[in-house]
Design a protein around this ligand. Structure first.
Ligand code: HPA
Length: 235
């Protein structure tokens, strides 16, 4: 048990999928895994361990924003020995060619500030995905009937951003989408010698104002879970 995770030692698999929403963790575990056991309920941040094609996997909520993700990723890595951490979640599209329902595989995650900024001070560390996971996710995504983009994203702790100037610079510099967790996940993976990746579904678009209707979110989310699982355990 840790401060925020009630799982017993050994309850958490080496491979952990991290959706922001704990109920998405429940849905994904019940939909894609077998022999599912709930391993955490502390503060309603649900975590489940099960099996996918013979491989042990944990799907655990991260909460929203990098301060929340940092708590769970730190404890999963340092106390439960997680080695491969894949964020699955939604993002806002930022380029005109990025469409609602497309999948973004985040090669890098820029940010203004993360919980690790105090370490880096004036230094601009470049958080990047694990190459093995990234290339396996790209291969897995190509087998599916879904638009896929691979490149840089932007992680922000502010959903209701007042920095439209910054959004414009992100667009000008080719950033594909915005979300709220990946940069800190990539930094923690670098610090602790783990593998990390973020696979994201475009749920809304900053330029067009479009948003994915709630009844269509589940299907898109399913593609993303399968891409993440296939990336973690390529054939
Ligand atoms: N901003 C930040 N995070 C998000 C967004 C967004 O527009 N959409 C989905 N996650």
């Amino acid at each position: 048990m840790t401060v925020h995770i009630g799982a017993k030692p050994g309850d958490i698999a080496e491979t952990v999928l991290l959706p922001g929403d704990p109920y998405r963790a429940k849905w994904a575990a019940e939909t894609f895994l077998t022999d599912v056991v709930c391993v955490n309920e502390v503060r309603g941040m649900l975590g489940f361990t099960g099996t996918w094609k013979g491989n042990r996997v944990t799907i655990h909520g991260s909460g929203m924003g990098m301060p929340s993700l940092s708590i769970y990723a730190n404890e999963l890595i340092r106390d439960y020995n997680a080695k491969t951490l894949i964020r699955i979640g939604s993002c806002g599209g930022m380029q005109p060619y990025v469409k609602i329902r497309d999948v973004i595989i985040a090669e890098t995650a820029s940010s203004i500030n993360t919980p690790s900024s105090a370490i880096f001070k004036e230094f601009n560390f470049a958080p990047c995905a694990n190459w093995e996971l990234l290339s396996a996710a790209v291969a897995a995504s190509k087998k599916r009937d879904v638009g896929v983009h691979v490149g840089g994203i932007y992680s922000s702790d502010v959903f209701y951003s007042e920095r439209t100037d910054l959004d414009e610079e992100m667009v000008r510099h080719g950033i594909l989408g915005v979300e709220m967790e990946a940069a800190e996940l990539y930094i923690l993976a670098a610090r602790y010698g783990c593998r990390a990746l973020a696979v994201l579904t475009v749920s809304d678009h900053l330029q067009t104002g479009e948003a994915l209707p709630s009844d269509q979110r589940e299907r898109s989310f399913g593609d993303m879970v399968e891409i993440a699982l296939e990336a973690a355990f390529p054939e």
